[in-house]
Design a protein around this ligand. Structure first.
Ligand code: BGC
Length: 418
C-alpha cells in the first residue's frame, strides 16, 4: 500500500486541529458519493429522506463515474485543500489508508450503542475497523461474480444461462451466429477488470484467485493458468458489440433488459437497474453466479466520516452512522440498490431470489473459505496495485496483445506497483 503524500498528511493535521465541542446543533452533512444511475439514485434518496426525517440537512455531492474512480480524485483534492466532505462513500483498503493518515472520525460510540460487533459478519468488520475501532459504517454487501441474462434472448438459440466457461463460449458462439450480441459490456477500465476477475475465479479457481489477486504471488501471476485467463478474455472480447468503448455499465444493463444483448457480467448493482425499471427476477431476467467452484467475490460499500469542524457536521455524521446500520434502513436501501444488508439479522421476507442466493452463498463461502475480496471493486486491492491490474486487463482487452505478453506485462506491473 502506498503511503499518502506529506502534503496530504499535513492538510489532514490542519483540518483536525480543532477539537469537537458539545453537540447541540442541527445535524448537517455534505455527502460525497458516486451513486448516479437509476437504481443507485433511488437508493441514495432513501438515505437522504431518512436523514431529513430526523432533521438532517443533506448537502448532496455526487460525482458521476461507475466504480468510483472519478470520486477518488475529488476526495483527494478536497482533503488536500483542507476541506473534506463530512461523509464519503469509500471502501476496502482505502478505509485503512485514510484512517492511517488520521483523516477519519472514530465511530466507536455509535458502534457500541448499536452493538455492531454482534450484527456484522467478520468479513465486513475487518474492512471497516482500523486498529480495532470502527472508522466506517457499512451499507451493504454487493456480490460481483454475477451473470444477468435475458431468458427470451437465450431461448432464441435454445440456451439457458451457462454453468461452465465452455458452455458460456458455446452459447455465445451460437448467439453470434444468430446475429445476437452475446455480452453487453461497457469498455471502461473498471468494467474490463470486473469481467477479468470473474474469469480469474472461474478459470483458475478459488485458490488461484487468492494467490494471484489477493496475495500477489508472482508464480501465480506468471503462470500458464494466467495465460488461460487471458485466452478466455480474448474470447470475451469477441462477444461484445463494436460500440462498447466508453459505455456506462447501466447502459449495458439496459441492453440486456431490452433484449439487444443476451448477458452482462456485473455486480448486483445491475439488479438495482432492473428493479428501477420494474423488471422481475426469474421472469424478465435471470441472475446466476458466473461459473466457479463456489467462489463469492465480495464488495461492500460503506461511508467513512471525515474529521471536520462544526457541531452541526459532527451531529450529522453521528446521525448518518446510526441511520445507515438501522435494520429498517438496511432493508429499504438494499432493496433499491440490488445488494444485501451488511447486517445479518435483517428479515429476508422482502428480498428476491437473487438476494437470497447471495445471502446463502456468502454464508457458505465464508464457512468453506471461498469468500474472496473483489480486486476490481477495491476490497482485495486498492491504489497502485489495483491500478496495475486494471491497466493490463484493459490494455489486453483493447488490443491484439497475446496472452503470453499480457502475463509478462502483468508480472512486471504488479512488481512495480507494490
Ligand atoms: C460500487 C457500487 C456501485 C458500482 C457502480 C461499485 O464499485 O460498490 O455501489 O453501484 O460500483 O458504480
Amino acid at each position: 500500500m502506498k503511503p499518502f503524500s506529506k502534503a496530504l498528511v499535513s492538510a489532514i493535521a490542519l483540518a483536525t486541529a480543532v477539537t469537537a465541542a458539545p453537540l447541540k446543533a442541527d445535524p448537517k452533512a455534505e455527502v460525497l458519493h458516486y451513486w448516479t444511475s437509476g437504481g443507485e439514485a433511488k437508493a441514495v434518496k432513501a438515505l437522504q429522506e431518512a436523514f431529513a426525517a430526523r432533521g438532517g440537512e443533506w448537502v448532496d455531492a455526487p460525482v458521476a463515474g461507475g466504480g468510483g474512480d472519478a470520486q477518488a480524485a475529488v476526495l483527494r483534492a478536497r482533503v488536500l485543500a483542507g476541506d473534506p466532505p463530512a461523509a464519503v462513500q469509500i471502501k476496502g483498503p482505502n478505509i485503512q489508508e485514510w484512517a492511517e493518515a488520521g483523516a477519519l472520525a472514530d465511530l466507536s460510540n455509535v458502534a457500541a450503542s448499536q452493538n455492531w460487533d454482534a450484527v456484522l459478519p467478520d468479513a465486513i468488520q475487518n474492512i471497516v475497523k482500523y486498529e480495532g475501532n470502527y472508522v466506517a459504517v457499512p451499507v451493504n454487501v454487493h456480490r460481483v461474480d454475477w451473470i444477468w441474462a435475458n431468458p427470451e434472448v437465450l431461448a432464441k438459440v435454445g440456451a439457458s444461462v451457462p454453468t461452465t466457461w465452455d458452455e458460456f463460449n458455446a452459447t455465445a458462439d451460437k448467439l453470434l451466429a444468430a446475429g445476437i450480441i452475446p455480452l453487453a459490456h461497457g469498455g471502461q477500465p473498471w468494467q474490463d477488470a470486473t469481467v477479468f476477475e470473474t474469469v480469474v475465479l472461474g478459470i483458475g479457481g478459488v485458490d488461484f484467485y487468492r494467490k494471484a489477486l489477493v496475495e500477489l504471488d508472482m508464480d501465480a501471476l506468471g503462470s500458464d493458468t494466467m495465460v488461460k485467463v487471458f485466452d478466455q478474455m480474448r474470447k470475451m472480447r469477441g462477444y461484445v458489440d463494436p460500440d462498447f468503448p466508453g459505455r456506462d455499465w447501466n447502459l449495458a444493463t439496459a441492453m440486456v433488459m431490452r433484449g439487444e444483448a443476451a448477458m452482462q457480467i456485473m455486480g448486483d448493482w445491475a439488479k438495482g437497474e432492473f428493479a428501477a425499471a420494474g423488471k422481475m427476477p426469474g421472469k424478465d431476467y435471470i441472475c446466476a453466479s458466473t461459473p466457479s467452484e463456489n467462489g463469492y467475490l465480495l464488495n461492500s460499500d460503506s461511508f467513512a466520516m471525515f474529521n471536520v469542524k462544526g457541531d452541526d457536521l459532527i451531529a450529522g455524521q453521528n446521525l448518518l452512522a446510526e441511520l445507515i446500520l438501522g435494520t429498517e434502513f438496511q432493508e429499504t436501501f438494499n432493496l433499491f440498490k440490488g445488494s444485501i444488508p451488511a447486517r445479518t439479522d435483517v428479515s429476508r421476507g422482502a428480498f428476491d431470489d437473487c438476494a437470497i442466493k447471495s445471502m446463502d452463498d456468502m454464508v457458505s463461502a465464508a464457512d468453506g473459505g471461498t469468500l474472496l475480496g473483489s480486486m476490481a471493486h477495491e476490497i482485495a486491492q486498492a491504489g497502485a496495485v489495483r491500478g496495475a491490474f486494471i491497466d493490463i486487463a484493459t490494455a489486453h482487452f483493447n488490443s491484439d496483445m497475446s496472452s503470453q505478453e499480457a502475463v509478462e506485462k502483468l508480472v512486471k506491473a504488479i512488481k512495480l506497483a507494490q
